[in-house]
Design a protein around this ligand. Structure first.
Ligand code: AMP
Ligand code: MG
Length: 304
């Protein structure tokens, strides 16, 4: 770590903000009745993810274990025990090397991942807005000097945030609407109702509108892109199996999930919000790597 005095001051300001973000989010969720779970780091099963992310496996005790890409299935099981749960969950996603140029991708990052038994998408959108407003207000109150040093003028957005359907966003900005829409937005913006073929199999299909999912993304304004993804979940074994097959995946690989569902997974909804991306937005950073002291940038080697 060869940081100049200026670089060290900048890094210290960012890390102070990050620490406030973590503290404020934790306080908010505990106040809302959430129980914090310790994260799962290795598991026989993890999020399949649709995009081009290599698997990361370790070998132990004669078997292969995934490094967690998201805690989705563990969250679904966990709300069978506690009604509302969250975790600061480290994720390993071996993203393509050229994704280092996006400014939004690390290959090790932390999601604040949460889930609510019997939750609805609308409740989770309301919670997400209140969480964001709480965290931003806290940072504005406690990190004035740091934001000034970073040259960041931040305002707390007013609720409710505007909502677009996926189709509306796509019609106005094309398939790669994320950054174009985010650049135009003045406040965070919700995208809802993703079609079944663009998302993971665990997002719940709307029983009233086949082919449309009860899920959502939140985009930051100013071009910072996606903040969080979430939705209601499929929890019935026959529906999960059908969705796995629809994606051309092998149900045998999801035997553990299917047998959990046969025993009885509760209906639930939740979301995961990337901590480094949140800090990037709050601090106005060009690259999400600045939100870590030891960043793992796709395709780059690290000395420490
Ligand atoms: P996903 O389940 O892929 O939507 O991920 C949930 C959230 O984690 C996203 O909305 C981002 O905030 C964050 N995230 C996902 N992938 C990355 C990455 N490679 N680097 C940093 N943050 C990420
Ligand atoms: Mg997403």
């Amino acid at each position: 770590m060869f940081l100049s005095d200026r670089e060290r001051e900048r890094k210290a300001a960012i890390l102070k903000v990050e620490s406030e973000v973590i503290g404020a989010a934790r306080e908010f969720l505990r106040e809302e009745g959430f129980v914090e779970l310790l994260p799962v780091i290795v598991a026989p099963l993890t999020d399949p993810l649709r995009h081009n992310t290599d698997r990361a496996l370790i070998e132990a005790y004669g078997g292969h274990w995934h490094l967690t890409r998201s805690m989705i299935f563990h969250k679904q099981a966990a709300v069978g025990v506690c009604e509302k749960i969250f975790s600061f969950s480290p994720n390993i996603r071996v993203e393509p090397p050229d994704w280092k140029e996006t400014g939004r991708h690390l290959w090790e990052f932390v999601q604040l991942d949460l889930e609510v038994r019997n939750g609805s998408r609308e409740e989770l959108m309301d919670l997400g807005e209140r969480l964001l407003v709480y965290v931003l207000s806290r940072v504005l109150a406690t990190c004035r000097a740091e934001l000034e040093a970073l040259g960041r003028e931040l305002t707390v957005p007013t609720r409710p945030f505007p909502t677009f359907t996926y189709r509306e966003a796509q019609r106005r900005f094309g398939d790669d609407y994320e950054i174009a829409l985010s650049r135009e937005a003045r406040t965070p913006v919700w995208i809802v109702d993703f079609p079944i073929d663009v998302r993971e199999f665990y997002d719940r299909e709307d029983p009233e509108r086949p082919g449309i999912l009860l899920d959502m993304d939140l985009l930051y304004p100013e071009g910072y892109g996606e903040a969080l993804s979430g939705g209601e979940r499929e929890y019935l074994p026959e529906r999960i199996r059908r969705r796995i097959e629809l994606q051309g995946l092998d149900p045998a690989q999801y035997r553990a999930l299917l047998s959990l569902a046969e025993e009885g997974l509760p209906p639930s909804a939740g979301f995961g919000i990337g901590v480094e991306r949140l800090v990037r937005y709050i601090c106005g950073l060009p690259h999400v790597a600045e939100a870590r002291l030891f960043p793992r940038v796709p395709g780059e080697l690290s000395l420490i």
